[in-house]
Design a protein around this ligand. Structure first.
Ligand SMILES: [Zn+2]
Ligand SMILES: [Zn+2]
Length: 411
């Protein structure tokens, strides 16, 4: 069947606008809008009808241009108002790019099914594809911003049923490193063990085990700067609550959810966080980053350098020789007893790259341990009743225990 035969068949169904007719041939010849395709087809058909003295077809074509389109209900005469509606709802947000989407009504979807079945054309594109593109072009003109199909900052959904625009505002991601300068702060909010977060006597109705966390020391400042609804914190692993995080800090990404502002001065944000957290934590090197970085950060098994203070009852010589051995022997660790209640009991092998003695006293010593990520360093010292082998305790043949822990370097 030729294009004109198919077009004739479609016109036979009822009055149809240029957009809806042209859309049935959208995949033929590029660089054209569907309404121009539709107009061209109607023009050729009208000329043919004149030549053939086909009054019926001429009448059908005339009706087609005067009556409401049965496929889209004249939706395509409202492209400008839809674009304006989107621009108005976007006006509260900072964005560099956007995308238009459409929630099609059941009626329009049904009409589309009918016309595809009747015309049997294989060159059509869906109604919403055309609508998204046409409204998008108009928004580009009105705002000077570009539509972005792959990674839009904001998706404007045309809700045809309810005649309104719904926005999906994608998160803004900020990468940085944090240093934890005092002990007793968890990385993220830790709900009260007693009440699970609802508030009880034990937690003084705060619903939490610790009053502050790295996450919560950052959150209010980002909410203020990005005017966002909420934030989410993603860390590259975490240190124990009682451990310091020093050196150049631990990598993290903080996500501003539904932000109104994206052009944040990160230097300002950084100094604001550091000023208010008053020596508890410090963030450095804040920069904008893509969403994919969160997955990479979470799966990162970075090496760590720990500085730890231990109590022992051995000699300097014995301690030194056991440090030599652990830096040359793969460490076999079963899940530590202290975390067994929330983790599976697995055996893992980790490497210690280097283990040095920084200072030695009669009952205490300070060690620097550089090891693979995922090594439980407290158990490397204590041996955890034989669950970590070898350990400083097993090698010196005496008890040893970490009393202070600092993370000096991650990655
Ligand atoms: Zn139409
Ligand atoms: Zn509680």
């Amino acid at each position: 069947m030729t294009i004109l035969d198919t077009a004739r068949k479609i016109l036979h169904e009822g009055p149809i606008c240029d957009h809806c007719l042209g859309r049935q041939f959208a995949k033929l010849s590029t660089g054209l809008s569907n309404d121009r395709r539709g107009r061209a087809i109607k023009l050729v058909l009208a000329m043919q009808a004149s030549a053939d003295k086909d009054d019926e077809l001429l009448e059908t074509l005339k009706k087609s241009n005067e009556s409401k389109c049965w496929v889209c209900n004249d939706l395509f005469t409202h492209l400008d108002p839809w674009a304006q509606k989107v621009v108005i709802s976007l006006s509260d947000y900072e964005y560099d790019n956007f995308l238009v989407g459409t929630k099609v009504t059941g009626l329009l979807a049904e009409n589309e099914e009918i016309i595809w079945a009747e015309s049997a054309t294989t060159f059509a594109e869906p109604l919403k594809t055309e609508l998204n593109r046409e409204v998008g072009k108009r928004i580009e003109k009105l705002t000077g911003k570009k539509a972005n199909l792959k990674k839009p900052q904001i998706v404007a959904l045309l809700d045809l049923e309810n005649d309104k625009v719904e926005l999906e505002v994608n998160s803004l991601y900020i990468y940085g490193r944090y240093r934890k300068l005092i002990r007793g702060i968890p990385q993220t909010r830790w709900p009260c063990r007693e009440c699970g977060g609802s508030g009880c006597e034990r937690c003084g109705n705060t619903g939490r085990m610790y009053q502050e966390s790295v996450d919560e020391l950052i959150k209010p400042h980002l909410i203020a700067a990005a005017e966002c609804e909420d934030t989410a914190f993603h860390g590259a692993g975490r240190e124990d609550i009682d451990a310091l995080m020093l050196g150049d800090g631990r990598p993290f990404i903080v996500e501003a959810k539904k932000p109104h502002r994206r052009r944040i001065d990160l230097k300002d944000l950084e100094s604001e966080i550091n000023k208010v957290s008053n020596g508890k934590i410090e963030v450095v090197g804040l920069k904008f980053i893509e969403s994919e970085a969160v997955e990479q950060l979470k799966s990162m098994k970075a090496d760590k350098v720990y500085r730890l203070k231990i109590i022992h009852c051995t000699t300097e010589e014995k301690l030194k020789s056991s440090l030599d051995i652990i830096s040359q022997t793969p460490i076999k660790q079963n899940t530590p007893t202290r975390v067994l209640h929330r983790r599976a009991d697995l055996e893992r092998i980790r490497k210690v790259h280097s283990a040095d003695l920084e200072s030695f006293n009669e009952d205490t010593a300070v060690l620097n341990i550089n090891c693979e990520g995922g090594l439980y360093v407290k158990e490397l010292i204590s041996g955890d009743n034989g669950r970590t082998v070898p350990s400083i305790a097993s090698l010196t043949g005496s008890e040893a225990k970490v009393i202070e822990l600092e993370v000096i370097k991650v990655g």
